[in-house]
Ligand binder design. Structure first.
Ligand SMILES: Nc1ncnc2c1ncn2[C@@H]1O[C@H](COP(=O)(O)OP(=O)(O)OP(=O)(O)O)[C@@H](O)[C@H]1O
Length: 619
């Protein structure tokens, strides 16, 4: 499939709060074509607009992009194009806590249709591992893979559904020369099977440069060269730029267009008509490729890596007629859900849920930290309030006890998500963009996968504090106490997810506690003048899930026909639990009512998180 673009302009607008900063034009009416069966490279000086061009071509960024994008000379349908292409980002975003083979099998579950048997999926995965030289590390956890292996794994994951178009942003960044060359040789081999592969590279070495079939050079948002590598030097000579024989042509053109002198850029842009002209050899002669060749028995011969010559059967080449696919898809499905994803929403949910549970189970350090955190805090709070629950002279301690429990759950659950979720969002962004799954199954799996651990850890804490504080051994009271704490956990988790879905870790760790502060203020407001609180304030106070939690605990601890407390000091004003209940103006309330009120923020934060994620993923 050939990719063409005409008059492509990208204008980056400043955020709305920086109105005085004018929009910046990064791509300036560039034109070009990347052909099927070729490894194409977008190169140029730093800041030339390479990533911006790749983002625009892949559809990763469409805001501020104008111009015409075509596939096989037809205006492209963005939804269909995304189904046929994949984008491998510069930073290797790979699921942690899983082995290489597991990551690939989960990807296969998501990317291959339900009708493909697991055995067949494993065969495909093994084949790709062989082709990419990854079979030796199939049981290695992804965190322990080398940079080059991670890069190859990123490519391997996208090859599972065999897309005909692959975009890669800086595939060699962070790799040494040998690994970079190997990676490009691999891409070249894959491209020569019929795929369209386009990558950006800042400044390739002479060896790497020769591996490209087609280069597209950008400078200051203009196209200064487009064509084959061996046509570059003769082309430069035509505009009076003579590359010395011993010089790497890639270095030469970058240096010639990197300075303040606009003359060279203007000359070259005019000579290429800003990308409208392309310098191609009449015949593409791939047989001269010294590195990744196809043998007569259909094997792909890759160069030696660490002394091992890797041979493998060729991956099947996708032969797709764009118009046919488009017509068939619309005819068959008529809606976007099926066109976009090879598996059903239910099977996406099951696979994602299994993957999340396995990752959670494998994260032993994380689980241990949470376990000991809940255990130690439960014991500590239990010791501080040891047997105080029955003491009628300890009113303030009773209040601190209820407040402390709610605060513990709020901070624990919200901050974990504020700190952990941004990294997950990055992974989600890559997988979602490459059409592995839709947001709904992911979101449902995300929510449900965390439920067992939250219930388990919260129960450890509440069991210790409840029984150590000396509260009555009544099943209903204990159950309500646990449920209220649990609902606060889920509401706080929702809040943490909401913050984590919008902000990065640095900003989120400031915003998280800032969001808790008003809820906390409303939670402790008016304890000593509960009957004089104005009605408007009473309504506002109900918006704090922390207050609902505290009041829920107060009613659970002192309500439900609690017997009078003990009093060793002769006179205890709050000996009768009904007086506490009346004093705090909750005598007409029931724990069930507070439970219902807690469900509202729990659902609201989840809805807001879903909406924030959708906004973020869809640009
Ligand atoms: N959203 C944006 N707002 C303002 N300027 C932007 C925005 N995106 C990119 N730019 C600017 O556009 C120019 C091109 O950016 P781009 O990332 O495409 O360059 P590049 O060629 O990939 O550079 P490098 O090789 O250093 O990664 C840079 O000067 C960059 O600062």
């Amino acid at each position: 499939m050939d990719i063409q673009f005409e008059d492509l302009t990208y204008e980056a607008k400043s955020p709305f709060w920086r109105t005085k900063v004018p929009p910046k034009t990064i791509l300036k009416s560039v034109n070009g074509r990347f052909a099927a069966g070729e490894l194409s490279c977008i190169m140029g000086p730093s800041g030339a607009g390479k990533s911006s061009l790749l983002n625009a071509l892949s559809g990763y960024n469409y805001k501020g992009v104008s111009g015409t994008l075509k596939i096989n000379s037809q205006i492209r349908d963005e939804k269909l194009f995304r189904k046929l292409s994949c984008y491998i980002m510069q930073e290797d975003k790979i699921q942690p806590m899983l082995t290489l083979n597991e990551v690939m099998m989960f990807a296969a579950e998501l990317k291959l249709s339900n009708s493909t048997l697991t055995k067949e999926k494993q065969i495909i995965v093994t084949e790709i591992q062989n082709v990419l030289g990854l079979s030796g590390s199939k049981h290695t956890r992804t965190e322990f893979l080398s940079g080059g292996q991670k890069k190859r794994l990123s490519i391997a994951l996208e090859l599972i559904n065999n897309p005909p178009i692959i975009f890669l942003d800086e595939p060699t960044s962070g790799l040494d020369n040998v690994s970079s060359t190997y990676c490009l040789q691999l891409l070249r081999g894959l491209a020569h099977q019929g795929r369209t592969i386009v990558c950006t590279i800042h400044q390739p070495s002479a060896t790497m440069f020769q591996l490209f079939d087609h280069v597209y050079v950008l400078s200051q948002g203009y196209c200064v060269y487009q064509g084959t590598t061996n046509q570059l030097v003769p082309f430069l000579s035509t505009v009076g730029l003579h590359c010395p024989l011993t010089y790497n042509p890639a270095d030469y053109i970058i240096e010639a267009t990197d300075g303040e002198d606009q003359n060279n850029i203007a000359k070259l842009t005019a000579a290429t008509m800003n990308g409208k002209l392309s310098l191609y050899n009449a015949l593409k002669d791939f047989t001269k490729c010294p590195v990744a060749e196809e043998t007569t028995n259909g094997e792909l011969l890759l160069p030696e890596l660490n002394g091992n010559l890797i041979t493998s059967k060729l991956l099947p080449v996708p032969s797709i007629n764009y118009t046919e696919v488009e017509n068939k898809a619309v005819e068959k499905y008529g809606n976007t859900w099926c066109v976009d994803f090879p598996t059903s929403g239910w099977s996406q949910f099951c696979t994602l849920w299994k993957r999340m549970i396995l990752q959670m189970y494998r994260n032993k350090i994380g689980l241990n930290i949470q376990f000991y955190h809940h255990l130690i805090c439960g014991l500590a709070v239990g010791i501080v309030f040891y047997n105080k629950a029955n003491d009628g002279s300890q009113f303030f301690n009773h209040m601190k006890f209820c407040m402390g429990n709610i605060l513990f759950h709020t901070f624990t659950q919200s901050m974990v998500q504020v700190l952990a979720f941004p990294a997950e969002v990055k992974l989600l962004k890559q997988e979602y963009f490459n059409r592995w799954y839709s947001l709904r199954p992911y979101y449902l799996a995300l929510q449900l996968s965390r439920v067992p651990s939250i219930i388990f850890f919260s129960s450890i804490y509440t069991t210790f504090v409840y029984f150590m504080s000396g509260l009555p051994h009544e099943p209903l009271r204990f159950l309500l106490f646990s449920i209220i704490c649990l609902l606060v956990c889920f509401a706080a988790e929702g809040m943490g997810l909401f913050v984590g879905s919008i902000f990065n870790v640095t900003n989120g760790s400031a915003v998280g506690p800032m969001m808790i502060a008003p809820f906390l203020g409303l939670a402790i407001y008016g304890f000593d003048f509960a009957h004089q609180v104005p009605w408007l304030m009473e309504i506002i106070m109900q918006t704090s899930f922390l207050r609902c939690g505290v009041m829920g605990l107060v009613i659970t601890v002192f309500g439900l026909n609690r017997k009078p407390l003990e009093c060793d000091t002769g006179y205890c004003h709050f000996r009768d639990p009904n007086i506490i209940i009346y004093y705090l103006n909750v005598d007409r309330k029931h724990p069930y009512f507070e439970i219902i009120k807690l469900v509202i923020p729990l659902l609201l934060f989840r809805f807001l998180t879903y909406y924030a994620l959708r906004k973020r993923l869809n640009g």
